[in-house]
Design a protein around this ligand. Structure first.
Ligand code: SF4
Length: 466
């Protein structure tokens, strides 16, 4: 144990990286590191990188150029500063990072951060420490529980990683190479973590995994569980009031997950279910392992189980070989489902993935035109969805101070930010809110006491005119 040192972690990309960054802070807290928001004050800066966007590695190198200047300034002041690169770019680039950015002291992958105390100690003695092997031990067994103070500082909604890696090998995606094969944590350990979080004030838990509904960790009875059964077990955990999960693959939606949506009031009626394309030809080229009809079948089963469920998705436009007719099929799928929101991207090749070498790459100008058209359509659906929320009563978890004094902001079941007049001591409560106004980025609502009515929760279909 050394004296108090300062740690700055800059996290890029998905919720899994956000979760990993918290766990890195937890393990380094046990080594005397306190987090700082100011990189220039830090003794250790970690960039927790993401490989999902175009030119991810180049962006990391230019950020490392900025961080190197901070390190030089610290050295001029007679202070030692270490620089670490973590996450998927670290896993993919490995030694190349040390070669191109010699100011970096340590490089480690997403499966190795439980070894941080040893890696940091080594980096203090020698230059260029690297650890990107997939370890045999389970990193979650080696990580300390976060302190109640750290949990409190992170808010009333928390992520818990339940599954990592992916065996699907979609032809555009680097995840199977950077995060490795699918692994799942045992149910008992996830419940123990959820209990600790709930005891420290967390009210909403989002279960995360690259392919979360492929979850197959050991159940309490020793047999492999499913995500649906895990959700049932967590719903019975005292203090856990609301559950979400992301990101799901259409092929792994089984009956137990559908049953969880039907039977668990604490599971929000909102499902992020990436479609990527509405064309069977493109889905096959992407190796998505499902057709458009399969996807719509999942939507239908979920709607039957939970009529107020809403959906969001991911779409890639301009995948190699995507014709105008394929693109129209994607637009038609968006109209058919009526999404509450979606993320969309132009296809860009990731080195080492099969799609990067495919013939018939689509011209960038066409990709841009298609993306604009698709985003316009998604926005129209999202606006209709939000507009239909006016006058409805939603359960909102009050999370933090809102835009102005006397206001709090929370999330609706559909993840929309909701601004409500309420005092700060109500943070952490789930309250019923009447939605009165729809803004461009938020909904505005009233607590029943201020409306004079006591609304019943609205469970009418979420597709509501979409
Ligand atoms: S299922 Fe998701 S994480 Fe797995 S390869 Fe496909 S896009 Fe990547």
């Amino acid at each position: 144990m050394t004296g108090q040192r300062k740690l700055h972690i800059k996290s890029y990309g998905c919720q899994m990286n956000a979760y990993d960054s918290h766990r890195m802070a937890d393990i380094l807290a046990s080594q005397g590191y306190a987090e700082t928001a100011l990189p220039e004050d830090a003794d250790l800066i970690i960039l927790n990188t993401c490989h999902i966007r175009a030119k991810a590695a180049e962006k990391v190198y230019s950020e490392l150029g900025r961080v190197r200047k901070l390190k030089e300034r610290a050295e001029q002041d007679g202070r030692r500063m270490l620089i670490g690169v973590a996450g998927c770019v670290a896993q993919a680039e490995g030694e190349e990072i040390l070669r191109r950015a010699p100011a970096v002291d340590l490089v480690f992958g997403p499966q190795n951060y439980h070894r941080l105390p040893d890696l940091v100690e080594k980096a203090e003695r020698q230059s260029g420490v690297i650890d990107t092997e997939f370890p045999v031990e389970d990193k979650f067994d080696m990580l300390p529980a976060p302190s109640p103070a750290a949990v409190k500082a992170r808010g009333v909604s928390a992520f818990v990683t339940v599954q990592e890696g992916c065996d699907k090998f979609c032809t555009f995606c680097v995840v199977p190479y950077t995060r490795g094969a699918e692994t799942s944590r045992p149910v008992a350990k996830i419940i123990a973590e959820a209990r600790q979080l709930a005891d420290a004030g967390v009210r909403e838990i989002t279960l995360i995994g690259q392919n979360v509904n492929a979850y197959h960790g050991d159940g309490l009875d020793g047999r492999p569980s499913t995500l649906g059964r895990l959700l049932h077990a967590l719903a019975a955990t005292p203090g856990v009031k609301r559950l979400r999960y992301t990101t799901s693959h259409p092929c792994d939606v089984d009956d137990s997950l559908v049953a969880a949506h039907r039977e668990l009031p604490s599971l929000t009626p909102y499902l992020h279910l990436p479609a990527q394309s509405g064309s069977d030809r493109v889905l096959a080229a992407m190796n998505r392992r499902h057709t458009r009809a399969d996807y719509l079948g999942v939507i239908e089963r979920m709607r039957r189980a939970r009529p107020d469920i809403a959906f969001s998705s991911d779409f890639i436009v301009g995948f190699p070989g995507e014709s105008a007719a394929d693109f129209r099929a994607t637009l038609a799928l968006i109209d058919e489902v009526g999404y509450a929101g979606a993320f969309s991207f132009k296809y860009s090749p990731r080195p080492g993935t099969p799609a990067a070498d495919m013939q018939a790459q689509v011209d960038d100008e066409i990709k841009s035109e298609r993306l604009a058209e698709l985003q316009d359509l998604i926005e129209r659906h999202q606006r209709r969805f939000n507009a239909a929320c006016r006058g409805r009563a939603f359960e909102v978890l009050l999370e933090k101070p809102g835009r102005r004094p006397g206001q709090l902001v929370g999330r609706s079941p559909y993840l929309q930010p909701v601004q409500v007049d309420a005092s700060a001591d109500r943070i952490g409560e789930i309250v019923t809110v009447m939605i009165a106004e729809i803004g461009s980025n938020s909904l505005f609502g009233n607590l029943p006491a201020s409306t004079g009515v006591s609304p019943d929760l609205d469970r009418t279909p979420a597709a509501m005119g979409a």
